[in-house]
Write a protein that binds this ligand. Structure first.
Ligand code: BJW
Length: 250
């Protein structure tokens, strides 16, 4: 049994009935009904900002103030009391509580709405908006405050070296070895609320399927990789995800 998939429930009966291993990958669509814009939908973040201005290492090197301002605004939005987890986040936390399943929840989202919805051990492959890293000393801290070029690192004192702990284009997503190893060994892979435009996440369905997993897409509309899935359901995540979790737990 995998050590890294989240364990749920007690061990009574586990020996008699192997638990189903499920990997869920979420994207911006799962947080859309919480009030956070997606990236590529009409009116999404990339309709208002150019990727090359705010989400690459070159952008940060060229104009750190502009990049930090973009993430300061994103942090402010995530601190807004009106933003909270929705029924899709909560349903996935319910699934993690099942003693018949082992769930690894991988999210591309940098928000903390899965955690607010009750999930623990979420793997944030594109980082976390409420974490800051110092490029001078590599210190990584929880941080919800504004990011500015004048701010100094509380660890080493260096100014102008703080960046949000998010994965920009051209950077390596986090914990990929672990993710691929789990994909090779899961029974069911479910992709929720992601357009399938961004790699390597867009490739997870093919990796899981070629290793023998059943694959399911839950999205508002067919994603770029829709034909790679065995099954698909289309509609809002806050409706689809609780219904699917109810079926799994029934
Ligand atoms: C709903 C809904 C509702 C709406 N209910 N559903 C050429 C070919 C292949 C790959 C590459 C290539 N050129 C470059 C690459 C690699 C590149 C890449 O993929 N580029 C593509 C754009 C082509 N990838 C990378 O660079 C990654 N790193 C990497 O590959 O490392 C390896 C390497 C490194 C160095 C050298 C060599 C190799 C890193 C990618 C980092 C992505 N970062 C971002 C920003 C994070 C920080 C931030 O938030 O600011 O991550 S970009 C953005 O996209 C964010 C997201 O996590 C990511 C995915 O977006 P997502 O979640 O899919 O959102 P949307 O908006 O696209 O889709 C939302 C979906 O929800 C839609 O389908 C809606 O219909 C749906 N929806 N409402 C249900 N209510």
């Amino acid at each position: 049994m995998s050590e890294t998939l989240a364990r749920a429930g007690g061990d009574g009966g586990a020996a008699a009935r192997p638990r189903k291993r499920i990997i869920v990958l979420t994207g911006a669509g799962v947080s859309q009904e919480s009030g956070l814009a997606t990236f590529r939908d009409a009116g999404g973040i990339w309709a208002r900002y150019r990727i090359e201005d705010v989400a690459t290492p070159d952008a940060y090197a060229r104009d750190p103030a502009r990049v930090l301002d973009f993430y300061t605004q994103r942090r402010a939005q995530l601190r807004d009391p009106a933003i909270d987890a929705n029924d899709a986040h909560r349903a996935l936390a319910r699934l993690a509580g099942s003693d018949r399943h082992e769930l690894l929840l991988v999210t591309q989202n940098v928000d903390d709405l899965h955690e607010r919805g009750g999930s623990a051990g979420v793997l944030h492959m594109h980082g976390e908006l409420f974490k800051t890293r110092c490029l001078a000393c590599d210190r990584l801290v929880d941080d919800r405050a504004d990011l500015t070029v004048a701010r100094a690192c509380d660890g080493c004192g260096a100014a102008g070296r703080l960046r949000p702990h998010v994965v920009w284009f051209g950077e390596m997503p986090l914990e990929l070895d672990r993710i691929y190893s789990e994909l090779m060994d899961c029974d069911l892979f479910v992709s929720i609320g992601t357009s399938g435009h961004v790699y390597p996440a867009a490739d997870f369905v093919r990796a899981a399927r070629s290793a023998g997993a059943r694959t399911l897409e839950l999205n508002l509309e067919p994603s770029e990789g829709a034909t790679s899935f065995h099954d698909a359901r289309y509609g809002p995540a806050s409706i689809l995800v609780p219904a699917w979790v109810d079926e799994i737990l029934a």
